[in-house]
Design a protein around this ligand. Structure first.
Ligand code: IMP
Length: 196
């Protein structure tokens, strides 16, 4: 079974990714690999931040690994919070702080269209491959639901009338930005395996 390090400390992301990848891949989180590191995200694009994380861990371990960076892009805010989604309300902001700021900024706005965009950087034998997934939706006016993480309580995916946090992990894992990006990576990994 192919062993790949997932270069992240976010257990929610690891759970979602394992669910989407299914059996056949041995995904090891940083914690499980005994690596304690908080990798910075200093760049202005999701691609560069994802690359930074996967390259740091690849250089540290010499192993195959992947990382992902995700941003919430709100049309009426000209793509914000985007690459700054994690620090939208400040460097030490919690998910609740970020949601509060987002709902304040959008107060009275009728165009609520938004999307989550995920970029995965996979490093295999030192070579990098990028995969992207996005999920269209809208920002609701009041947070609801207890599942998921981050902005899930305020994001209603297209063709649904509840937030990701209310729909739950089963539904999110079937339609999300992360699912789409991970599916592309799995397809690529299977192709490589079959041609070995
Ligand atoms: P990062 O990819 O860990 O830098 O996440 C950026 C920000 O977006 C953080 O505030 C996360 O909590 C949030 N975020 C990332 N992925 C998701 C998601 O799938 N749903 C909701 N919020 C997310």
């Amino acid at each position: 079974m192919r062993k790949i390090i997932f270069a992240s400390n976010n257990q929610h992301k690891a759970d979602e990714i394992r669910k989407v990848m299914g059996e056949g891949f041995d995904i090891i989180t940083l914690k499980e690999a005994g690596i304690e590191i908080d990798i910075p995200e200093p760049h202005n694009t999701l691609e560069e931040n994802a690359r930074e994380k996967s390259m740091v861990i690849h250089k540290m371990t010499g192993l195959d690994c992947f990382s992902e960076d995700t941003g919430l892009e709100v049309d009426a805010l000209f793509g914000a919070p985007g690459v700054r989604s994690a620090r939208y309300a400040g460097d030490l902001a919690s998910a609740e702080d970020n949601i509060r700021k987002l709902l304040m900024e959008m107060r009275g706005m009728t165009n609520r269209a938004a999307r989550f965009r995920t970029v995965i950087s996979l490093v295999l034998d030192g070579q990098e491959f990028l995969f992207e997934g996005s999920c269209e939706g809208a920002i609701c006016e009041v947070a609801s639901g207890t599942d998921g993480f981050g902005y899930d309580p305020v994001f209603v995916p297209e063709h649904h009338d509840k937030t990701f946090a209310s729909l739950g992990l089963e539904v999110k894992s079937a339609i999300s930005h992360r699912k789409i990006a991970v599916d592309k990576m799995v397809h690529f990994l299977k192709h490589i395996e079959n041609n070995h």
